[in-house]
Design a protein around this ligand. Structure first.
Ligand SMILES: [Fe+2]
Ligand SMILES: [Fe+2]
Ligand SMILES: [Fe+2]
Length: 490
């Protein structure tokens, strides 16, 4: 028979106590969801404060820590609504509130290992001038640990209120506490307390934010590194796109030849038919099959739409929290595609479908980066501004690499890598100017990740292409209508 194994070392013993205390606080968390986190913060800060200013011996500091975790355990027996009131408790509620230190002491009283924390639990709401509860102790009658806990308890409640009152910022909370120094709080502790809170808070929020941002940046740097070195396999160009391209290259090809190829992919076929029936392309009769759809749109246009439909899958993500951003990217790409095509048509350039494709893929690097990021990043809190900034920074080179692998012509690659150029010149290829302009056009109609409007009169691409502001407004309105009609059909 084996005997019961008692904890052997002091560390092991402390570990058992912490487990026990954690179990108790879990019970109270059932009652009031925020209480466990509150208790943990009060425990951490109070104990850390005592350590930093050497206010107590180590074993006493451990007791302060345990009290922090358990100080409000007495709320277990109070009405469920007590902590969630409007912040303006009734007299009856105040009476209830004031019971929790004594109730807490009673709950813990039978656990002999925790006997040293009983006075701290009982007195964590006493005030220096004797106006506190439950015993109205004053000054040095209140244990030092309880005076410290009182400070951190109140600070935390002001910053993270249980009731519906507004949370105070750290400076606001410190100002409140200073007002009651000497009456409620120990004036001998206040300077160190303020110094401690200011120092740790300077670290905390800003520091944590900076740290989170740096880790996002690092993830993106790794993705780009992995992608360019071939460690990340880039998405392949859909087979159907390749085949349609090959068929169209043969000058003898007919609509029927293309239909045969596209029909192999039922999803693309169905979507193509619904796009063909949208107001943008609609004729008199409703189209029911590909053989009717293709002549209506033309061979080149059909190819563009097949590529656009196939591209859509690059903008899909399993991660729900990134869906909105992905959708925005997709709509931006589609709006840029139609924008570029309309600009090319306005300028009477041959093969406007090519500009559609350039607009469509100009930001493909963004979707690639975001997709890779969403599969790695699992934090719940997401700073979209930082993510967007990183996507913005990396998307040109990544997009260029992808299109090269897909076998696109040089001019496509140039469009992808150069469409954000600030300095444009008369010798800049028209393709780049057009996609640049289409990209900017999407901002003014609300289909861009950037929300600041663009002044067309100051836009070099508009000037070099000799398109005036009024025309651009017209084109923008037209793109918006098209997007409203077709974006959901892809
Ligand atoms: Fe309390
Ligand atoms: Fe871009
Ligand atoms: Fe863009």
């Amino acid at each position: 028979m084996s005997s019961f194994a008692m904890p052997r070392s002091e560390a092991e013993f402390k570990g058992v106590i912490l487990e026990l205390v954690d179990t108790l606080t879990t019970i109270i968390d059932e009652k009031a969801a925020l209480l466990k986190k509150h208790s943990k913060r009060v425990a951490d800060n109070s104990a850390d404060f005592c350590t930093k200013y050497k206010l107590l011996q180590d074993d006493k500091i451990f007791m302060v820590y345990l009290t922090g975790l358990l100080h409000d355990i007495g709320f277990i027996f109070s009405p469920n609504t007590l902590l969630k009131n409007s912040g303006n408790p009734s007299e009856e509620e105040k009476v209830q509130m004031r019971k929790h230190p004594v109730v807490g002491e009673k709950i813990i009283a039978n656990l002999s290992v925790l006997k040293d924390i009983l006075p701290l639990i009982r007195h964590h709401h006493e005030a220096m001038d004797g106006s506190g509860y439950p015993d109205g102790l004053s000054g040095d009658e209140i244990p030092l640990g309880a005076r410290v806990l009182c400070l951190f308890n109140d600070l935390d409640t002001m910053m993270f209120p249980f009731s519906k009152t507004a949370a105070l910022t750290i400076p606001e909370a410190l100002a409140e506490i200073k007002k009651e120094t000497g009456t409620r709080y120990d004036s001998n502790l206040i300077d160190q307390f303020v110094e401690y809170v200011e120092a740790t808070s300077a670290e905390s929020d800003d520091y944590l934010l900076a740290k989170a941002n740096a880790s996002i940046k690092e993830i993106f740097a790794n993705i780009i590194q992995d992608f360019t070195s071939g460690n990340i396999v880039p998405p392949v160009m859909p087979q159907v796109v390749k085949e349609v391209q090959a068929v169209i290259k043969k000058t003898s090809s007919t609509a029927e030849d293309i239909a045969v190829v596209i029909e192999k992919d039922p999803v693309i076929s169905l979507r193509l038919i619904s796009v063909a029936n949208s107001p943008v392309y609609r004729g008199i009769h409703r189209i029911r099959n590909l053989k009717e759809a293709i002549p209506r749109m033309g061979l080149k246009e059909t190819l563009s739409l097949v590529i656009a439909i196939a591209n859509k899958s690059l903008y899909e993500t399993e991660q729900a929290q990134f869906k909105i951003l992905m959708d925005k990217l997709w709509v931006h790409s589609l709006a840029s595609a139609y924008g570029a095509k309309l600009i090319a048509e306005h300028l009477k350039l041959p093969e406007p479908e090519n500009y559609f494709l350039m607009g469509l893929v100009h930001d493909i690097g963004k979707s690639l980066l975001l997709k890779a990021f969403t599969s790695i990043y699992k934090e719940k809190k997401i700073n979209f501004d930082v993510i967007q900034a990183n996507i913005q920074q990396g998307h040109l080179s990544i997009g260029g690499v992808l299109l090269r692998r897909w076998g696109f012509d040089d001019i496509f690659i140039k469009v992808v890598t150069d469409h954000e150029k600030m300095v444009l010149a008369p010798e800049t290829p028209k393709e780049i100017l057009i996609v640049h302009l289409a990209n900017m056009l999407t901002r003014n109609i609300g289909y861009s990740l950037f929300t600041d409007a663009v002044d067309f009169s100051e836009l070099e691409s508009a000037t070099l292409l000799e398109i005036d502001q009024q025309k651009l407004d017209e084109l923008g309105a037209e793109v918006r209508l098209i997007i409203q009609d077709v974006a959901h059909l892809f």
